[in-house]
Design a protein around this ligand. Structure first.
Ligand SMILES: *[C@@H]1O[C@H](CO)[C@@H](O)[C@H](O)[C@H]1NC(C)=O
Ligand SMILES: *[C@@H]1O[C@H](CO)[C@@H](O)[C@H](O)[C@H]1NC(C)=O
Ligand SMILES: *[C@@H]1O[C@H](CO)[C@@H](O)[C@H](O)[C@H]1NC(C)=O
Ligand SMILES: *[C@@H]1O[C@H](CO)[C@@H](O)[C@H](O)[C@H]1NC(C)=O
Length: 599
C-alpha cells in the first residue's frame, strides 16, 4: 500500500487493494448506520444516561473516527495532484517517478485533501482574491485610458499556430481526442482555473506552468476568456504535419515548443517563473542579473573564443558532435561539461546563469613574491580578467613545483547554443549575454524564437561540418569585431524587450485567439480540480514557495495587453521563412568559399 508514494499509479493502487475495497463497502454501510445511531443516541441522551450507553457511544465515536481516517486515507490515495501524487509518468516520455516517502502516509493524505479540496474554497470564502465591483470599475477605467503599444512582430505567429482550426473551429470531440497526447487539461471558466490531471510531469514543470496561468488571470482580471486546452509538459512535439490525413483536422495540443513539421502550439515554458531544481530565477530577475554580469566587461576585452557549457548527456546528437570541437587552437572553441550531479550537491553555485556568459580560465604563475604579488601580476598581464580565486598549489597538486594557479574569468566573445533533447530553455539566457550567439541549426522553436533573424541577432552555425562552421563564425567575428558586437547587442536587446509583461501578453492573446475558435462553451470536467494560488502554494515545498512568491504578479495591470497586429497575409510566413533561409544559405556560401581557399 505504501508503495503509492513511490509513484504507483492510481490503477495499480486500486488493483492491489481489491480486498480492501470490499471491506470499504461494508465500512461505508457501517458508517452510515453508526451515523444514524449516533444521531439517535444524541437526541436520546438526556433521557437515559446509563453507563453502558456511554460506552456504546464512546465506542461508536472512536470507530467513527477510525473509519473516517481510513476513508480519508483511501480517498487521498486516489486523488491526483499537481505535484504528481497518484500519477504515472507520461508513457511517451518515461522518467523516474517522484517519491513522496519523506512524509508519513497520514500526513500525506491530510495534505492531499487539504490542498486539493479545501484550500481554494476557504480562500474564496475569505474573499481576498476577488476585487470589489468598485475596484473593478476603477481598473477598467484605468485600463481603457491608456493606449497600449503594438505587440512585437513575433506575436503574428499566433495566427500561424492556430491556422489549422481557423475555418473549421475546435469542437469538444476534438479536445476529447487530444487527451491521448495530453498530460493535463486546463479549463478556465469565469476567471477560475480548473485542471484535470492525466500524467505526472517532471520536476516542478506543472506547478510553475499553472502558476504562470494564475498570474495571467490576476494580471488581467476579467479579461481572460473561458477556455479548454489540452497540454503536454514533455519536450518533444507529437502532432506531426505529415501524418495528419487529408481533410482531417490536427489535434490542438499545447506544449513548450514545436517545429516546422508539427502542429503543436507553443506556450511559454515554466522557467519564465523560475526553475527551483537548478536555481534558475524568474525571467525578469534572471535577465537583469545576466545583463549586469555582461556589462562588467567591455567587448574588446572579451575572449575571442566560442564557448559552450552544459550537459551533453541528454540524447542530443548535436551536443555529442560538439564535444569533438573542444580545441581552442584548432577550432577556437572550448567546451565545458557541466556535472549536474556534482553541482546539485553544491547548490548550483558554480553554474549560476549570470556566470554562464563567462569564460573561465586557469593560469599558472611561478614568479616570486606573495600571493598578492601573483594576483597583481596576473591582473596586469591580462587586464581583462576578473580574478576569481587563487590557489596556492605548493602543497596540493604539483608537489615540489612552486607554481600557483589562478582561476580567472572574463566574458566569452561567442556563446554556442546547442539544442538538447528538444528545445532548451538555455537559449534565452545565451541570447542575453551580449556575446555573439552562435546557434547550431535549431530544429525546435518556442514561442519567441520565431523573432530571431540570422546575422541580425544571431549567427547561424551549420550542424554539418560543425567544428569548421564554428571556427568560421569565430574568424568572422574576430575580423569584424564591431559587427559581431552589434549582433550580440541586438540579441540582448531583443531579450530585454521580451519582459514578463510581453510573456503575459503573448499568453493572453494566444489563449484569446484560441478561445475564439472553440465552438462550445467550456465546462470543467467532473474529475477536474480547481487550482488557485493558495492551493498551489499549499503543495509547494519551501524552496518552490520562495521561487513562486518572487515571480508573483502583485496586482492587476494598470495597462492593457499590447495590441495584437491584424492577421497577416497567409504568404507572410512563407516569405519570412524564405528570407531566413536565404540569409543562412548566404553564410553557408561564405563558409564554403573560405574552406575552399584553405584547401
Ligand atoms: C525513490 O525511492 C526509491 C527507493 O527509496 C529509490 O530507489 C529511487 O531512486 C527514488 N526515486 C527518485 C526519483 O528519487
Ligand atoms: C468527451 O469525453 C467525456 C468523457 O470522456 C464524455 O463524457 C463526453 O460526452 C465527451 N464529449 C463528446 C462531445 O464526445
Ligand atoms: C494528401 O493529398 C495530397 C495531394 O493533395 C497527396 O499528395 C497526399 O498523398 C495525400 N496524403 C494522404 C495521407 O492521403
Ligand atoms: C575541453 O578541453 C579543456 C581544455 O583542454 C578541458 O579542460 C575540458 O575538460 C574539455 N571538455 C570536455 C567536455 O572534454
Amino acid at each position: 500500500m505504501d508503495g503509492l508514494g513511490g509513484g504507483l499509479g492510481g490503477s495499480e493502487e486500486i488493483q492491489s487493494t481489491g480486498r480492501e475495497h470490499h471491506l470499504q463497502g461494508a465500512a461505508a454501510n457501517a458508517l452510515s448506520n453508526m451515523a444514524k445511531q449516533h444521531a439517535w443516541a444524541h437526541s436520546a441522551h438526556p433521557r437515559s444516561p446509563s453507563y453502558l450507553f456511554f460506552s456504546v457511544v464512546a465506542l461508536s465515536f472512536l470507530s467513527l473516527i477510525a473509519l473516517l481516517i481510513y476513508k480519508v486515507d483511501n480517498f487521498a490515495s486516489q486523488t491526483k495532484t499537481i505535484v504528481g501524487h497518484n500519477l504515472e509518468p507520461t508513457p511517451w516520455h518515461l522518467f523516474p517517478p517522484k517519491n513522496f516517502t519523506d512524509e508519513s502516509r497520514h500526513s500525506r493524505a491530510y495534505k492531499i485533501i487539504q490542498c486539493s479540496y479545501l484550500t481554494c474554497r476557504y480562500a474564496a470564502t475569505v474573499g481576498g482574491a476577488q476585487p470589489s465591483e468598485g475596484q473593478e470599475e476603477e481598473r477598467r477605467g484605468l485600463v481603457s485610458s491608456r493606449t497600449p503599444p503594438q505587440c512585437p512582430n513575433f506575436f503574428k505567429f499566433i495566427y500561424r499556430d492556430l491556422e489549422p482550426w481557423m475555418k473549421t473551429r475546435i469542437s469538444v470531440n476534438h479536445i476529447n481526442e487530444t487527451k491521448q497526447h495530453a498530460a493535463f487539461r486546463i479549463v478556465i471558466v469565469e476567471g477560475k482555473l480548473f485542471v484535470d490531471l492525466y500524467y505526472a510531469c517532471v520536476q516542478s514543470r506543472l506547478m510553475f506552468t499553472l502558476w504562470g496561468i494564475l498570474q495571467l488571470i490576476k494580471k488581467y482580471p476579467g479579461m481572460v476568456p473561458d477556455v479548454d486546452m489540452m497540454f503536454d509538459c514533455m519536450d518533444k512535439p507529437t502532432i506531426e504535419r505529415a501524418r495528419v490525413e487529408n481533410g482531417s483536422l490536427p489535434l490542438p495540443l499545447f506544449r513548450y515548443c514545436t517545429t516546422e513539421a508539427h502542429f503543436d502550439i507553443p506556450f511559454p515554458d515554466w522557467s519564465f517563473w523560475g526553475w527551483p531544481e537548478v536555481n534558475v530565477e524568474a525571467w525578469d530577475d534572471q535577465f537583469k542579473e545576466i545583463k549586469k554580469g555582461s556589462q562588467a566587461q567591455t567587448w574588446l576585452k572579451k575572449i575571442p573564443r566560442a564557448y559552450w557549457k552544459g550537459n551533453p548527456d541528454v540524447e542530443s546528437p548535436i551536443r555529442l558532435a560538439l564535444m569533438q570541437c573542444n580545441d581552442s587552437n584548432l577550432w577556437g572553441t572550448e567546451i565545458i561539461r557541466q556535472d549536474w550531479a556534482e553541482e546539485a550537491k553544491t547548490g548550483y553555485e558554480r553554474s549560476k546563469l549570470s556566470d554562464q556568459c563567462n569564460y573561465r580560465l586557469l593560469l599558472c604563475d611561478d614568479g616570486p613574491g606573495t600571493l598578492e604579488d601573483y594576483s597583481l601580476r596576473v591582473l596586469n598581464k591580462l587586464g581583462s580578467y576578473k580574478l576569481l580565486e587563487c590557489f596556492d598549489l605548493v602543497s596540493t597538486l604539483f608537489v615540489g613545483n612552486p607554481s600557483r594557479i589562478f582561476q580567472a574569468v572574463t566574458l566569452a566573445h561567442y556563446k554556442i547554443y546547442a539544442e538538447g533533447y528538444a528545445w532548451s530553455v538555455s537559449l534565452k539566457y545565451i541570447l542575453s549575454c551580449g556575446s555573439l550567439p552562435l546557434l547550431i541549426s535549431p530544429q525546435y522553436e518556442d514561442f519567441f524564437t520565431r523573432a530571431l533573424v540570422p546575422k541580425l541577432n544571431y549567427w547561424p552555425v551549420s550542424n554539418i561540418d560543425l567544428c569548421r562552421s564554428i571556427k568560421f563564425a569565430v574568424d568572422w567575428g574576430n575580423t569584424n569585431p564591431s559587427q559581431a558586437e552589434a549582433v550580440g547587442k541586438r540579441a540582448q536587446h531583443l531579450m530585454e524587450s521580451l519582459s514578463m509583461n510581453r510573456v503575459y501578453d503573448y499568453m493572453f492573446h494566444l489563449i484569446s485567439e484560441y478561445a475564439k475558435l472553440q465552438d462550445f462553451k467550456p465546462v470543467p470536467p467532473s474529475s477536474a480540480q480547481q487550482v488557485c494560488e493558495e492551493s498551489l502554494l499549499c503543495f509547494a515545498d519551501d524552496k518552490q514557495k520562495e521561487f513562486l512568491k518572487k515571480s508573483a504578479v502583485t496586482d492587476g495591470s494598470s495597462t492593457p495587453p499590447c495590441t495584437l497586429i491584424k492577421r497577416p497575409n497567409p504568404n507572410f510566413f512563407t516569405i519570412w521563412n524564405d528570407q531566413k533561409r536565404k540569409i543562412i544559405d548566404n553564410v553557408r556560401d561564405m563558409e564554403n568559399r573560405a574552406n575552399a581557399a584553405i584547401t
